[in-house]
Design a protein around this ligand. Structure first.
Ligand SMILES: NC(=O)c1ccc[n+]([C@@H]2O[C@H](COP(=O)([O-])OP(=O)(O)OC[C@H]3O[C@@H](n4cnc5c(N)ncnc54)[C@H](OP(=O)(O)O)[C@@H]3O)[C@@H](O)[C@H]2O)c1
Length: 274
């Protein structure tokens, strides 16, 4: 679905540029609808190269857009939203803002940008960079159905999108936000074990990459639960059963659960400024 809104991007690093790439390649946005700004020279050159409108400042992005994605690092967000809030107050404008920064709450965004300013908070994940992301988002008090629909459409151009209430954002961060790293960690462990079993590193890496890719694709495409998919390839007394028994003995699920609790707890601390 093509959007009519003018969309701005403040911060054109990995995630900002990935969202623009997704929106352009799926025809959700056209280049002349997009204005972007980044403090970094190389990122500004990327904006120009893609024939987007390069703004002279973050405030200029806000002036020329209806919906503005804030794609800077969490530690850069405080100063940015305060300066935008001050500029908005002068003009009395109410543009919509979608922040993708981890740990910055809707309340903090609303406080800095101004009372009644529509805001959304998004937690994307790294596979968005290859169009296979899982983004979860929540709505501020003044965000409308149209804001929700526009943001959801842009997020879907880089993968899937799910709407939740903000109290779920720490859990979401622990599951899908940090989740890709758990997959990479499992890959790392499998490669190391493959080498210990006598495979060359090159072969172990090749086997693991394609195996986890295939398993991920089956998880995505199949209507079966993850548990059933596993049971289908676990014959009693077989090799997979031997491996799974060892996972169970060593408390694999307990470890995963504890790890995700830690991630959720850390997310909560970060959003409280600790
Ligand atoms: N990458 C991921 O997988 C991922 C996953 C989930 C969430 N996120 C969130 O996405 C956000 C962006 O991450 P990223 O990986 O895209 O970061 P990034 O590659 O560092 O991009 C951020 C860009 O914004 C620029 N910038 C900083 N302050 C600015 C300002 N005031 N105005 C305009 N541009 C400014 C930075 O320039 P300098 O480098 O010069 O500071 C940089 O070019 C983060 O808040 C992160 O929490 C990312």
């Amino acid at each position: 679905m093509a959007l009519k809104s003018k969309v701005g991007f403040i911060g054109f690093g990995r995630m900002g540029s990935a969202l623009v790439h997704g929106a352009l390649s799926s025809n959700v946005l056209k280049v002349d609808q997009i204005t972007a700004f980044d403090v970094d020279l190389v990122a500004r050159q990327k904006i120009k190269k893609q024939r987007l409108t390069l703004a002279k400042s973050a405030v200029e992005v806000v002036q020329s857009s209806d919906l503005i994605f804030l794609c800077v690092k969490p530690q850069q967000m405080g100063d940015l939203v305060k300066s935008l809030g001050a500029a908005l107050k002068k003009k009395g404008e109410k543009k919509c803002f979608a922040s993708i920064a981890a740990g910055i709450s809707l309340k903090d965004l609303e406080k800095s940008l101004g009372v009644g300013v529509p805001v959304l908070r998004v937690m994307p994940n790294t596979p968005a960079l290859i169009g296979a992301g899982m983004s979860v988002f929540c709505l501020g008090r003044s965000a409308t159905e149209k804001h929700k629909a526009d943001v959801e459409t842009i997020l879907k151009s880089v993968g899937e999108a799910a709407l939740v209430s903000e109290d779920k954002m720490d859990a979401v961060t622990a599951v899908s936000g940090s989740g890709p790293a758990y997959g990479f960690y499992l890959a790392e462990a499998m490669i190391e074990a493959g080498v210990e079993l006598g495979l060359s590193e090159e072969l172990a890496e090749r086997l693991v990459r394609q195996t986890l890719y295939g398993a991920g694709l089956m998880l995505k495409k199949s209507d079966e639960t993850a548990k059933n998919l596993r049971l289908h390839v676990t014959s009693p007394g077989g090799t997979t059963a031997a491996a799974v028994a060892e996972f169970e003995n060593k408390g694999f699920k307990t470890i995963v659960s504890a790890a995700l609790y830690s991630a959720a707890e850390r997310s909560k601390e970060l959003s409280q400024g600790n």
